[in-house]
Design a protein around this ligand. Structure first.
Ligand SMILES: NC(=O)c1ccc[n+]([C@@H]2O[C@H](COP(=O)([O-])OP(=O)(O)OC[C@H]3O[C@@H](n4cnc5c(N)ncnc54)[C@H](O)[C@@H]3O)[C@@H](O)[C@H]2O)c1
Length: 429
């Protein structure tokens, strides 16, 4: 059934984790009539939510304030506010710790939720994780803390999130959502919930298929980006324009999907999720997931390649990196987002600083407080003076808000890692 935007009250929903995934879900649920508790242990985030100040690009502060004004959105740091929920969705982080999955946030939130589960309630995990997490980790924690049985007393399922921050064509509502349950009744409950908030749900047999589908999607991207990254490096050596090559290949109407090279992968998904898969394959089967290992290797080395290209570009001007003024555009891991987690740009900046480069960085979307690697002091505005004073301008992230016409006009030299159309005289990755 498609989502109904009529604001009939549907029940109490708790969204655990109010980040890039949890906050857009909370807003949509309020819009379609759920009473929503937005739970997060980060008191600073909860204070900002309560003040109507959004920190997630896909949610405007205006949307947040409308949700607050409706009286059906309550940001909270207190698990006591979960009591008597109908549906809870867990959207907490799943990082890597020394190369291994770190599921402590899922464990903590499941344990904290357990005592608030009532009969007939539905618990859904959305955090990206390896197959088996819902049934082997979350279910026992919920059962131990509640004294209830998953699948008998309450429903349990998994639904991977596909949100693509900054993507205006495919939003949370229009992107089909894979749904699963630990039994048919749980599946019906999970699907019933998502049918109220997204246009299309796609049921699969068990949580394992749903969990693996997310890892497959991200590994597919990771591997294909590694493929074009490696090809870009060889094409450069061979004197072939990789960008024109990719455009030509992309005219094939079937059997090809376009991916473009860049300074490396970042964000909360690509550098992490494939390693969840390779870790599990290693643990469970003793085998190495070679595609993932190879893609990690290629993508992890892209920042070093960019630094080599910077050095080569300066060398052609008879300048060393040491002492040269370098203006790096974009710290976020991709365009039009302020998310700098795992972004290759700060690593590139650090390497150039270590080599003695006089590095300045521009990124109006990344909050100075979130700036990784102590780059806060090096943040500047994108002005014609800054551009003109740089020995080399390096485009690492192609935010739409940058004035590329000014860069094209004012810069002495540009190394463009993203192929910005306006930068016609730039050297490209
Ligand atoms: N960001 C994306 O584009 C994206 C896309 C698809 C899937 N995912 C997955 O979704 C999950 C969440 O990602 P995100 O980007 O929203 O993370 P995030 O860091 O933006 O938000 C997670 C929030 O959870 C809170 N939190 C941590 N432990 C908690 C606890 N025990 N109780 C309550 N709140 C707690 C944190 O304070 C944080 O605000 C991850 O598994 C990620 O891999 C992310």
């Amino acid at each position: 059934m498609p989502a109904d935007s009529a604001a009939e009250v549907r029940g109490k929903l708790v969204v655990v984790g109010q980040g890039y995934v949890g906050l857009p879900l909370s807003m949509r649920a309020v819009e379609v009539g759920w009473d929503v508790v937005g739970l997060d242990l980060d008191a600073r985030r909860v204070d900002r939510l309560a003040a109507g100040d959004s920190y997630v690009e896909d949610v405007t502060s205006g949307e947040l304030r409308s949700a607050l004004d409706s009286g059906r959105f309550k940001p909270s740091v207190d698990y006591a506010d979960c009591s008597d929920f109908d549906v809870v969705v867990i959207t907490v982080p799943t990082p890597l710790q020394d190369g291994a999955p770190d599921l402590t946030y899922i464990e903590q939130s499941s344990a904290a939720l357990a005592s608030h589960i009532r009969r007939g309630a539905t618990v859904i995990l959305e955090s990206t994780t390896y197959p088996g997490t819902t049934e082997e980790l979350v279910a026992p924690l919920l059962e131990q803390g509640s004294g209830l049985k998953a699948g008998v007393d309450f429903h349990l399922g998994y639904s991977p999130e596909r949100i693509d921050p900054g993507n205006r064509a495919w939003t949370f509502v229009t992107t089909p959502k894979v749904v699963s349950g630990i039994d048919p009744v749980s599946l019906a409950a999970v699907q019933g919930f998502y049918d109220t908030v997204v246009e299309k749900t796609v049921p699969v047999s068990t949580p394992r298929e749903a969990e693996l589908s997310k890892l497959l999607e991200n590994t597919f991207r990771h591997v294909n980006i590694a493929l074009v990254n490696e090809m870009a490096m060889y094409a450069k050596e061979l004197g072939i324009d990789i960008w024109e090559t990719i455009d030509a290949a992309a005219t094939k109407p079937f059997g090809f999907m376009k991916f473009t090279p860049g300074p490396g992968v970042g964000g909360h998904c690509l550098p992490i999720d494939p390693s969840y898969l390779s870790w599990q394959v290693k643990q469970a089967l003793g085998a190495s997931f070679r595609f993932v290992e190879l893609a990690n290797d290629v993508n992890d080395h892209m920042p070093e390649y960019v630094v080599r290209r910077v050095a080569a570009s300066l060398n052609a001007q008879r300048k060393p990196v040491n002492g040269s003024r370098l203006l790096l555009l974009g710290l976020a891991y991709k365009k039009n987002t302020g998310d700098a987690r795992e972004s290759p740009a700060p690593r590139i900046a650090e390497m150039l600083i270590q080599m003695g480069g006089d590095v300045r960085v521009v990124d109006p979307l990344v909050e100075a407080s979130a700036t990784v690697g102590g780059l806060g002091d090096r943040m500047v505005e994108l002005t014609a003076d800054e551009v003109a004073a740089a020995d080399l301008v390096v485009v690492l992230t192609d935010h739409d808000s940058f004035d590329y016409a000014m860069v094209e006009e004012s810069a002495a030299h540009v190394l463009d890692c993203r192929r910005v159309p306006e930068l016609v005289s730039a050297e490209r990755l």
